[in-house]
Design a protein. Structure first.
Length: 364
């Protein structure tokens, strides 16, 4: 409780009496004091410089648009629909030890691997969007490679071939780009012995195609689907037996790049210019193979429309399925036990065709 002295009480009472008698004037005075105080405060605040505003435009990086067009070969993104009609080129590349390391394999969009003769394998390498500067060593063609090239409407780049294959490729159905008749588009290197030393380039291939009027292709691609890795990988090491240790291959799945590091004869299989081969999809197809007398000599035969077992490795997983191909100009198809299509993922695809009687594939 507040206690006041007698004199303080008299003074306070006198103030109250005065305030009661002069209420309007008193209130006006108090209001004036408040106005002055408020104005002074406002002046002090406004007299201070305002902080400088940052007028720099806020940049938000636009999200890249999703591609609308995909290569009919490997599903890689294209700029426009017309890119899918550019000429397709199929090059026969040798795989004997004297031909290694090869050039141009890293840029191949689809690669078919099969036995050419005597257990020696050879590659049919397909290109459309990718055009490496150097390709080779280029070697001869066999009929079954033509069966795999036909659906792509591809020009065939080769150095001669078996009599059966030459009869087909020169018969008017295929776009023949044989070194025997187009020597200016090929050359032999001096650091390798013949016949392992014939090379070409896409500068020369494109010029040759243009001179022959091969302006476009109408490729039929393998069924594909944009697929992302999911779950822990279940198949990280693959071993493929095709003929002998020299030509058998293996793959190690690299989860960081979602690709398969290819080895051959126990060593990394490399492109001479671009390093180890790392396809996104590995397919092993079993097909009947046998030897028969052909018009020039005894030759190996692969039944490319027989159908059979196939094993697909992609995204770190394995799918066991069936393959079929109804005709030379039709594309190979992969289906499950119920007949449903098994689409391949996007990216470079390596298809190895092994003998159905003694070829094999295993994984872990």
């Amino acid at each position: 409780m507040l206690y006041l002295s007698v004199s303080m009480k008299k003074k306070f009472q006198a103030f109250l009496d005065w305030f009661t008698d002069n209420r309007p004037q008193a209130l006006a005075g108090i209001g004036a004091v408040l106005i002055v105080a408020t104005s002074a405060t406002a002046w002090c605040l406004l007299s201070q410089p305002l902080p400088k505003l940052d007028t720099t435009p806020l940049y938000i990086k636009p999200r890249p648009p999703k591609p609308k067009y995909f290569s009919p070969l490997d599903g890689s993104p294209m700029q426009n629909e017309a890119d899918g009609t550019k000429p397709v080129t199929a090059v026969m590349i040798e795989n004997s030890p004297d031909a290694r390391p090869q050039s141009g394999l890293k840029d191949g969009q689809v690669i078919y691997e099969a036995i050419a003769e005597g257990g020696i394998t050879r590659f049919l390498v397909l290109y459309q969007q990718n055009k490496p500067q150097l390709v080779g060593p280029v070697r001869s063609i066999r009929p079954y490679y033509l069966d795999w090239a036909a659906p792509y409407d591809a020009a065939i780049v080769h150095v001669g071939g078996s009599a059966e294959a030459l009869a087909q490729v020169r018969g008017g159905t295929f776009r023949d780009m044989d070194q025997f008749f187009n020597g200016g588009s090929f050359w032999r290197v001096s650091d390798r012995a013949a016949p392992h030393n014939v090379y070409t380039s896409f500068e020369k291939i494109d010029a040759l195609q243009a001179s022959k009027g091969y302006g476009t292709s109408a490729p039929k691609g393998i069924v594909r689907k944009d697929q992302k890795p999911s779950g822990a990988p279940t198949a990280t090491r693959i071993n493929v037996h095709i003929s002998s240790k020299t030509y058998d291959s293996s793959y190690e799945y690299d989860q960081a790049t979602n690709s398969y590091k290819r080895s051959q004869n126990g060593e990394a299989h490399t492109d001479r210019e671009k390093g180890q081969l790392t396809p996104k999809v590995v397919v092993v197809v079993k097909a009947p193979m046998y030897i028969e007398q052909q018009r020039d000599t005894w030759r190996g035969v692969i039944e490319t429309t027989a159908g059979g077992e196939a094993t697909i490795f992609q995204n770190g997983h394995v799918v066991q399925c069936n393959w079929s191909k109804s005709a030379q100009t039709e594309q190979i198809n992969f289906t499950d036990a119920n007949g449903n299509a098994v689409p391949l993922a996007y990216g470079q695809t390596w298809i190895t065709v092994v003998p159905s009687n003694n070829g094999s594939v295993s994984w872990q």
